[in-house]
Ligand binder design. Sequence first.
Ligand SMILES: NC(=O)c1ccc[n+]([C@@H]2O[C@H](COP(=O)([O-])OP(=O)(O)OC[C@H]3O[C@@H](n4cnc5c(N)ncnc54)[C@H](OP(=O)(O)O)[C@@H]3O)[C@@H](O)[C@H]2O)c1
Length: 302
Amino acid sequence: MRAIRINRFGGPEVLQVLDVAGPAELGAGEVLVRTVATSINPVDAKTREGAIGEGTPPLPMTLGWDLAGIVVDGGGTGRQVGERVLAMSHQLGTGRGTWADLVALPADALATAPAAISLTEAATLPLPGLSALQTLDWLAVSAGERLLITGAAGAVGGLALQLAVARNVRVDVLVSREEQLGFVREHGADFATTDRADLKDRHYDAVFDTFGALVTDAVADHGRYASIATQAGPVPDLSARGVRTTVNQVREDGKGLSELSRLVEEGVLTPRVDSAFAVREIRAAHEHFGRGGLNGKVTITF
Ligand SMILES: NC(=O)c1ccc[n+]([C@@H]2O[C@H](COP(=O)([O-])OP(=O)(O)OC[C@H]3O[C@@H](n4cnc5c(N)ncnc54)[C@H](OP(=O)(O)O)[C@@H]3O)[C@@H](O)[C@H]2O)c1
């Protein structure tokens, strides 16, 4: 089978499409999936570059966290051959990358893919969607509360915005570019700005910080502040103001993916595909991803 691997760290030129052996016999509780599509996440580029440091799986490694595909062996788990599924594999934690024709994953990391969208669209959801869902759950924002999302036009931020609005939370956003204002307003942001100075007199019950803005003055006393931007370091200790803080780490979570699938079916969540590349174009896909200015996810079709 084909796998997208690196055997050294560096730019897109280190990515190789290799013919390798498929997964060995399935372990207990595992399902074998034929990959139809995946997408590029910031962590894939950082892993490729060697920027993760401690905790990086050994070389050579197959990259990739997101997966949308078809079950080819249910392994006695109840999953049937031919089912359309989506999954997130914690590639850094397990070394099990999804950028391969065949991927074996624990059944409880999988969910049924939404019937209403293509598997290329579904491949945009797992890592960003679970990051959005798990962090919103940690923030425990309820209807009527005020939430600030930084980077709300990004992959995680855009899904967090849609999820929070569906929970009747009042959402304000900070984005990087004027052209992102249309997207966030269309998806229910009350107040949207590109200028963090505009947040000066605003105070929120909760802040979901996707890029490490660390706008800690924006959280009200006794509020909650969650960052997912590990590269920005820890959120300063705000316990003197009664504010709980965290840097959230995404977890494999089939139940969470089922919820995301259901929300897509109900029209609450809309996947965004910036562009679709073939496996053989993986270097061009990474170059495109690295240039930024994206409007949705960069997907890879197998
Ligand atoms: N801890 C975890 O488990 C976890 C999980 C998922 C993601 N992450 C991390 O979270 C971050 C976001 O992930 P993502 O997939 O959502 O990335 P993304 O799609 O690139 O989104 C990031 C967003 O933040 C915006 N942004 C960046 N710098 C900004 C600034 N100075 N002011 C305003 N907006 C700014 C970007 O705007 P532009 O498009 O203009 O650059 C983009 O819209 C990444 O660093 C990723 O590695 C962590």
